[in-house]
Design a protein around this ligand. Structure first.
Ligand code: PGA
Length: 259
């Protein structure tokens, strides 16, 4: 099955109003509406969502947010609800990013609640999973990823899977300059696809998009994306440089066509 490539730019806690809108504008100029057989999504910081949304309006780039509350509304200081994001034109959210799991203490159960809330609200979700270096070196990588998936997908109905992309992001590869090899990514993606097959069915398993994230840069993107089970990438550092990010988007289109 041919899956439409997906590339997300996770800006994390970077940019300011001026540089964020300039970055978005540089991307929008290149990625004009309807011209690309790829889903490209940018995930700016919350305060810049509306401004970036205006800049990319009319291009083929969709707007994403880096987080979402697990609750509908109410006394939750600092939280941002799915409805608020939808109000601003947000289509995608990241859920379960390793920085939120490991640096901000989000447990699997909270990740699952956020995932369910986002899906119920009509958002599309990039669900991030991945093992730490210790978990990998002690032989637990697959179990960790499978446990994260089992918890996250517990309440997700089959008909929502068209709005889900899974990002395999080994924690040891994020922001370190040490990307997984194409073979490592292919193996992990196979495990993830196998999970979707047993949790749902083989048709949904072959249709779901699984992208790789962790130190993807223009020089390694083509090789990683050429792996048949890799459907694109979630890009951190390199998404802050328009030429690098656009080059990675091109590699995703080539890699997925030939992989
Ligand atoms: P990186 O980040 O590309 O800077 O390694 C990826 C991510 O955290 O999504």
């Amino acid at each position: 099955m041919t899956r439409r490539p997906f590339v997300g730019g996770n800006w994390k806690m970077n940019t300011d109003l001026e540089s964020g809108t300039a970055l978005a504008s540089a991307l929008a100029t290149e990625l004009k509406h309807g011209s690309d057989a790829i889903d490209v999504v940018v995930f700016p910081p919350y305060p810049y969502l509306q401004s970036v949304g205006r800049v990319i309006d009319g291009s083929s780039i969709a707007l994403g947010a880096q987080d979402v509350s697990s609750e509908v509304n109410g006394p939750l200081t600092g939280e941002v609800s799915a409805e608020m994001l939808l109000d601003l034109g947000v289509k995608w959210v990241l859920v379960g990013h390793s920085e939120r799991r490991h640096r901000l203490g989000e447990a699997d159960s909270l990740v699952a609640e956020k995932f369910a809330m986002a899906i119920e609200s009509g958002l599309s979700v990039v669900l991030c999973v991945g093992e730490t270096l210790v978990q990998r070196t002690t032989g637990h990588a697959h179990k960790v990823v499978l446990d994260q998936l089992a918890s996250a997908f517990e309440c997700i109905p089959a008909d929502a899977l068209a709005r889900v992309v899974i990002a395999y992001e080994p924690v040891w590869a994020i922001g370190t300059g040490v990307a997984a090899t194409a073979d490592d990514a292919e193996e992990a993606h196979g495990v993830i696809r196998g999970f979707i097959g047993s949790r749902y069915n083989s048709e949904l398993a072959s249709g779901i998009r699984i992208v790789y994230g962790g130190s993807v840069v223009p020089v390694n993107a083509k090789t990683i994306f050429a792996a048949p089970g890799v459907d694109g990438g979630l890009i951190g550092g390199a998404s802050l440089k328009p030429t690098d990010f656009l080059s990675i988007c091109s590699s995703a289109m080539i890699g997925i066509a030939t992989g």
